[in-house]
Design a protein around this ligand. Structure first.
Ligand code: ACO
Length: 334
């Protein structure tokens, strides 16, 4: 994939450190070996050093010994991280006892490393559910200034090159925020536009999806998307954003022309913003499985440091690709 190779080249020129908290997991170890070999990120593996050392012979990993290994149960910075966690979460009722337990959880430890400046980004989720990866990130790293909601975008590489820009589209939110308000949905549209430009490398044409096109149906759910469209247009007047529109009006030129003749986006959208997590998550999985699209992500947007989540069904190359995206985000090159 050309755009991933471009990201790797950018990341290599400004090498960052990515922590992989599922450091004993087979696909993660194999991916770490490839990443170190290709040289586009430094890798920290969290896990039992003996298990990680055994992986060299077990899976034939030539580069893995160049990874930094941190044993979550005993390492030099444990006390520092307990204190940092207490400082951040005491007001939320966190006790010293609970903090001492949480820092031994690799997912909490990884986010504390980022907060403390010991790592620049994180990729996890080969073993853990999305919610478990996200919760420590939300609690410790938090959102970027001016952003209230983290969301997840997928870069979809379609087999049919008629869609989007030569087959490339971006879908969001497919991973994080179950039921956004109109203003949160507007924020999701604008952050997805930024991701589209910076990571997918294409100029966004954003369709705000609903079951109605330009007032063809009346319902409070349609009102939410219409309000979100207006807010997003005000938040980013330089971005091409239009809605509300149905999926066919967004992506099929003839239908776009007939249902929304005045729209610059209808029929030509390369970014689809879904009204809820249900619709986004179901849609990306159907397009991936039934249309054979490649789905890269979710790329998490709006977090104060790059932390990205894998699907538990991920392959080794999915992990390598997501680390390339994360390392590029960490280098501020996107
Ligand atoms: N953006 C930023 N911060 C958030 C968000 C968000 N979208 N959601 C919650 N938070 C913050 C809260 O403000 C809170 O911070 P605080 O403790 O400092 O006050 C903290 O996160 C925890 O908030 P809760 O309301 O307790 O959130 P909860 O832990 O219940 O859930 C979560 C958050 C895990 C993201 C939940 O919304 C979730 O499970 N989402 C669905 C994830 C998922 O399963 N996706 C589908 C699979 S992904 C795939 O298929 C690729």
């Amino acid at each position: 994939m050309e755009f991933i190779n471009q990201l790797k080249a950018k990341a290599k020129a400004n090498k960052k450190t990515i922590v992989l908290p599922e450091g004993e997991e087979e696909r993660t170890l194999k991916a770490a070996d490839i990443i170190i070999g290709e040289g586009f990120a430094n890798i920290i593996l969290i896990g039992n050093p003996e298990v990680i050392a055994e992986s060299k012979a077990k899976y034939g990993l030539d580069n893995i010994e160049k990874a930094t290994v941190v044993n979550p149960l005993s390492h030099d910075k444990k006390e520092d991280y307990i204190n940092l966690l207490l400082e951040l979460r005491r007001s939320k009722g966190l006790t010293e006892e609970k903090a001492a337990t949480l820092v031994e959880d690799p997912l909490y430890l990884a986010t504390l490393m980022i907060k403390n400046g010991d790592a620049d980004g994180e990729v996890a989720g080969a073993l853990n559910a999305t919610g478990d990866v996200l919760r420590p990130a939300f609690q410790i790293v938090k959102t970027l200034p001016g952003i209230s909601v983290v969301s997840g975008a997928f870069i979809m590489i379609m087999k049919d090159k008629e869609f989007g820009d030569n087959g490339m589209m971006v879908f969001a939110d497919c991973a994080v925020h179950p039921n956004p308000t109109a203003s949160e949905l507007a924020e999701i549209a604008v952050t997805t536009g930024k991701t589209t430009k910076s990571i997918a490398g294409i100029e966004p044409r954003i369709a705000m999806l609903s079951f109605s096109t330009k007032g063809s149906a009346k319902h409070e759910m349609v009102d939410k998307v219409r309000e979100a469209t207006e807010l997003a247009q005000k938040m980013a007047p330089e971005m091409k954003i239009d809605g509300e529109m149905q999926a066919d009006a967004a992506i099929i030129p003839a239908i776009g022309k007939s249902k929304a003749p005045d729209s610059e986006i209808a029929g030509k959208a390369n970014v689809l913003v879904f009204p809820t997590l249900e619709t986004g998550n179901i849609s990306y999985k159907l397009v991936q499985r039934m249309a054979g699209a490649e789905a890269i992500g979710p790329v998490l947007q709006g977090m104060a440091a790059p932390i990205n989540d894998l699907s538990r069904g991920c392959s080794v190359s999915d992990i390598v690709n997501l680390v390339a995206i994360t390392a590029t985000q960490a280098a501020g090159l996107v």
